[in-house]
Write a protein that binds this ligand. Structure first.
Ligand code: GUN
Ligand code: ZN
Length: 425
């Protein structure tokens, strides 16, 4: 089975938004998609001797896209008993000190990238730490795996431990050098990465905006309106700004290729502004529930026409898996009296995420010419799942069972540029 999206299915079930082939074939050459369609049509046209992998009982979808995750936080995932600002101080920042050490950074980057692939994630927008070495290590390891990945040196110059601080000037200089070296190297891209308004001075945000203006092709990533306490704190730090979003906007940081994690405590004006600027929200339900930060408003974001994708936000998030992220997203929507359909969820985890990252000319679906990053999912990974899927009468029911019951055990194989990089069993 093959499933991919051509458009946003919206809140309902728009049959024009996706293509599904019960007995499908994905034709790949030189790492790119040649065709996706019915096997009966495409098989006879293949050149003699073409290798064919048989995944008939499986579901093939485009590689999952994680629009927000922190690789240096793998060792603090599942840290007990704190909400955002205390969690940062108690667990997260202490763990980030070690990433000035290239050996530690490399070892962690390898673990992290394998974890992405084990979960079927082939593209991610990743926070490193303030240390140049942390970015170098991640890019090196991702380049070796030929991944389409975006990252950047974190900018943070106040309200954090001294050894984790840069300065506006050193942050600017180091970022510019990293852009020069890594942006566009292989499939890698750079993101200017001010951590969040709470830890960046005005001077730092100003230089971040200058970098973003000097390199319109690079991405921007930060955090926005995650918890109530954080929003109140940022208001005291930037009393002249109309809203938290406006802090970033004043410095030219709200534009296409900018991705803001969380976006929970926004108002209508903020949402309209993000939509108009083509900035995107990274929706991180496992993190938001874990830290007790709040409930993302899917309906309001859709009504405003905001771009969005899913983020795992590990280590505040509790899973690397996009299936688990969809599942918690569904529950977040329920708590708001809203519905997240399996169509919308699989769209957000694939093409929606690619659009949020402005990478949809390369990845996100099986349009001919796109890079052949895809994942092979089994629907029978546990006895319960096998039973539930057998009882399902429609594709929608099967997808919903996969989204609500699935995890990395469902990932049978992950392919990057047409090559299997992760095979289970
Ligand atoms: N806000 C600023 N830094 C962070 C972080 O590392 N994780 C989360 N969830 N929120 C943040
Ligand atoms: Zn985060």
């Amino acid at each position: 089975m093959l499933l991919h999206f051509l458009a946003d299915p919206g809140e309902g079930h728009d049959p024009h938004a996706y293509r599904f082939f019960e007995d499908g074939l994905l034709v790949v050459a030189d790492g790119r998609i040649q065709a996706a369609g019915p096997a009966a049509e495409l098989l006879p046209a293949l050149p003699a001797g073409t290798a064919v992998a048989d995944y008939r009982a499986r579901l093939i979808v485009p590689g999952f896209v994680d629009t927000h995750v922190h690789y240096p936080q793998v060792d603090v995932i599942a840290s007990y008993g704190a909400q955002l600002l205390d969690w940062l101080e108690r667990y997260t920042l202490p763990a980030e000190h070690r990433f000035g050490d290239p050996a530690h950074a490399r070892e962690t980057a390898d673990f992290f990238l394998e974890e992405l692939l084990r979960n079927g994630t082939t593209t991610a927008l990743v926070f490193a730490t303030v240390h140049v070495a942390s970015v170098e290590a991640l890019f090196e390891r991702a380049l070796a795996r030929n991944l389409r990945l975006i990252s950047g040196k974190v900018l943070m110059d106040r309200n954090c431990p001294e050894p984790l601080r840069d300065t506006p000037e050193s942050g600017y200089r180091d970022s510019a050098a990293l852009i020069e070296k890594w942006h566009g190297c292989g499939r890698l891209r750079y993101a200017v990465s001010p951590r969040f308004a709470g830890m960046c001075s005005e001077a730092q945000l100003e230089l971040a905006g200058q970098l973003a203006a000097e390199h319109p092709d690079v991405h921007i990533q930060s955090h926005l309106a995650e918890s109530v306490r954080e929003v109140q704190w940022v208001r005291t730090l930037f009393p002249k700004s109309r809203s938290y979003l406006d802090v970033y906007d004043r410095f030219g940081l709200v534009r296409e290729r900018a991705v803001y994690a969380h976006c929970i405590h926004l108002d209508e004006q903020d949402r309209r502004r993000m939509a108009e600027a083509r900035a995107a929200a990274a929706v991180c339900p496992t993190s938001n529930l874990f830290l007790g930060s709040g409930l993302f408003d899917f309906d309001a974001a859709m009504r405003a026409g905001m771009r969005m994708g899913f983020g795992t936000d590990v280590g505040a998030g509790t899973s690397f898996g996009l299936l688990r992220t969809m599942h918690e997203g569904y529950k977040v929507a329920q708590l708001r009296g809203q519905r997240l359909s399996p169509w919308q969820a699989f769209y957000l985890a694939t093409l929606g995420g690619a659009r949020a990252l402005a990478l949809d000319e390369y990845i996100g679906n099986f349009a001919p010419g796109k890079e052949a990053d895809f994942v092979v999912l089994r629907l029978d990974s546990t006895p319960l799942m096998m039973r539930r899927v057998r009882a399902a009468e429609t594709l929608q029911e099967k997808l919903f069972a996969l989204m609500m019951l699935g995890d990395e055990r469902n990932v049978e194989a992950t392919y990057v540029m047409g090559e299997p990089v992760r095979l289970r069993g």
